[in-house]
Design a protein around this ligand. Structure first.
Ligand code: HEC
Length: 141
């Protein structure tokens, strides 16, 4: 009986290590700035590095997030232009901006960044900073 308990304890431990290892593998490299600083968010210093790490591989000419809608996230101008169906950023309103809405919820089954990991959600700090930037007027700063 004791041996069995010990065995299951060992197996449980092994299992949870396994889960941890898998989680670590799912976390993408964090090159972009992570800390939500007080004050004004900068497009160049805060937003562009996130777009660069998580979005432009699809949302630039030749990418699969560009083919249908023409959404080019390589520049401020591209982001503000939006898709060929219209803007994705509504300055001052992160709740109605598709750009920030798609980071936490879906629209026609889409959630961004597409296929990021099991839960499909960007680091919370990044989501908050992107929302804040839109709230502050989505400036080219
Ligand atoms: C693996 C590829 C991929 C990645 C990475 C990706 N997207 Fe997309 N995205 C798509 C595809 C595919 C579509 C739908 C077709 C289209 O709009 O071109 C789309 C659509 C969108 C749309 C338009 C949705 C609409 O309703 O018009 C927005 C906004 C968007 N993505 C933002 C982002 C942002 C922001 C990131 C990074 C945080 C990101 N995407 C990362 C592939 C991707």
């Amino acid at each position: 009986m004791k041996t069995r308990n010990l065995l299951s304890a060992v197996m449980l431990t092994a299992l949870s290590f396994n889960v941890l290892a898998e989680d670590a593998a799912l976390i993408p490299a964090h090159d972009a700035i992570k800390v939500l600083k007080p004050g004004e968010v900068s497009f160049r210093d805060d937003i562009q590095p996130i777009l660069h790490d998580y979005c432009v591989m699809c949302h630039s000419p030749g990418g699969k997030g560009y083919a249908k809608s023409g959404l080019d996230l390589t520049s401020y101008e591209g982001l503000m232009k939006g898709t060929k169906f219209g803007p994705v950023v509504i300055p001052g309103n992160s709740e109605t901006s598709t750009f920030t809405k798609l980071l936490t919820g879906t629209n026609r089954g889409l959630k961004m960044p597409m296929g990021l990991n099991a839960s499909g959600t960007l680091d919370r700090q990044y989501i908050l900073i992107m929302r804040k930037w839109v709230q502050q007027g989505a400036k080219n700063n």
